[in-house]
Design a protein around this ligand. Structure first.
Ligand SMILES: [Zn+2]
Length: 428
């Protein structure tokens, strides 16, 4: 039976295809116009717009990054939605399989599903935003039926590995196409989809179209609680439209007749939350749900958001002070890693090519040979770190700082490491 479209009061106009942006003057989940500012970190350049080294700086767009809180449904969201064609240019080539922590996470997801909700080989698992097939590979290798939906070229890697993948944006149309070919899904997964896609209600409706009556929906989203706790303001950029708690995700899912039956914080992306949902009343609800909701009621209050704002600006002052002291002695500072979040940190703190000599990326990265967005800091091959042995290396991927520090030491870097957040500090 087809699920009826839930009427969402007062939806925002779409930016897709306009080449512009839309001001968020009402909540993207519940439609409330009462949105409260948590933090404004200034105007940010699009993270994937990087000019070649040697080019003169020309006119570039920049978009305001304000974090807003909706007291009605508790969603935290960015105050501006930018046309996805600006945010996700065609050469955008992120693949999950290249990150160990993501590979491990999806292997663990498989084990957790099989322990809590054992599947048979005939059960169909559909992954929304399936990327290079890293998640589905775990199910595929054990003989379950799988299908991915992925709009980017990453789907070619999945197809080459024998994982059926529809090369399309996820929508009610693509959901119907998958169902027509493979039947209803026992499990639908969506990892880092709810924060990125403009029409979040359309995504949930598409998932419901696809999901069997007693099916299981599993989502993973970057989690607001550790974001606030460990000052991950650098995850604020225009790809991330929304910053979820279990409370706000529950509100969204309940609007569509889904019930949260289990949830668990997981370590990916500096702290995420994995949420299991099913059609209301079809499965028992684990006590973890009430426990996490109670924790959030204490940790995600307007008072905590004010404190977050104060701590963010203090961390900026502290990092500048640390770099001032280091540079006074003429030491070189090379930054390591240019993920999207590095662009927010660099632009918010105000780092430039006189403070940071360069940013280093692993050989093969398409960012090498370009400037960091909004600056003239060159992105160069990581080999330079081991050849030059600068006195300091600033870890811009600080959320995986331990793994990164170990790797740099192993490869022979002998200088000192600077961790920029949550408290700027120098590791011996
Ligand atoms: Zn709301």
């Amino acid at each position: 039976m087809e699920t009826p479209v839930t009427q969402i009061a007062n939806p925002l106009p779409r930016t897709a295809g306009t080449g512009g942006s839309v001001l968020v003057d009402r909540c993207q989940v519940c439609g409330s116009p009462d949105l409260r500012s948590i933090l404004f970190i200034g105007y940010l350049p699009p993270v994937n717009t990087m000019s070649p080294i040697g080019s003169r700086p020309d006119e570039q767009p920049a978009y305001p990054a304000e974090m807003l809180h909706c007291p009605r449904c508790t969603l935290v969201q960015l105050g501006l939605v930018v046309d996805p064609s600006i945010i996700f240019p065609p050469h955008y080539a992120y693949t999950s399989g290249t990150t160990r922590i993501l590979r491990d996470n999806f292997a663990q997801l498989y084990a957790e599903v099989m322990e809590r909700f054992p599947l048979t080989p005939t059960d169909l698992v559909v992954d929304v935003g399936s990327n290079d097939g890293t998640l589905l590979g775990n199910f595929h290798r054990r003989g379950h039926r799988v299908c991915g939906v992925e709009p980017t070229h990453a789907c070619r890697i999945a197809l080459a590995a024998g994982i059926p993948t529809l090369n399309a944006f996820f929508s009610r149309e693509s959901a119907r196409a998958v169902k027509a070919e493979h039947g209803a899904a026992t499990v639908v997964t969506a990892c880092n989809v709810f924060a990125h896609i403009e029409d979040v209600h359309g995504v949930v409706e598409g998932i419901l179209d696809l999901l069997g009556d007693d099916g299981l929906f599993i989502s993973e989203s970057h989690y607001l609680a550790p974001l606030v706790e460990t000052l991950q303001y650098d995850t604020i950029y225009h790809e991330h439209l929304r910053y979820y708690s279990l409370t706000s995700l529950k509100y969204l899912l309940e609007m569509h007749g889904l019930e949260v039956i289990h949830a668990r914080p997981i370590p990916t992306h500096g702290g995420s939350i994995r949420v299991y949902a099913a059609r209301r009343g079809t499965r028992p609800v684990s006590p973890d749900v009430a426990r996490i909701l109670a924790e959030e009621a204490v940790a995600l209050t307007p008072e905590r958001f004010s404190e977050f704002k104060r701590r963010v600006s203090q961390s900026k002052l502290d990092l500048m002070a640390l770099l001032r002291d280091v540079r006074k002695d003429g030491a070189r500072v090379y930054a390591v890693g240019a993920p999207s979040r590095a662009s927010t940190l660099v632009n918010y703190v105000g780092l430039d090519d006189a403070i940071i000599d360069c940013v280093l990326e692993i050989a093969g990265s398409y960012k090498i040979g370009k400037y960091m967005p909004g600056t003239l800091i060159p992105v160069l091959d990581e080999a330079k770190l081991f050849e030059d042995q600068p006195e300091y290396a600033l870890l811009l991927s600080w959320h995986i700082g331990e793994e990164l520090a170990g790797k740099l030491r192993q490869l022979g870097y002998r200088g000192k490491l600077i961790v920029p957040l949550p408290t700027p500090r120098i590791l011996a």
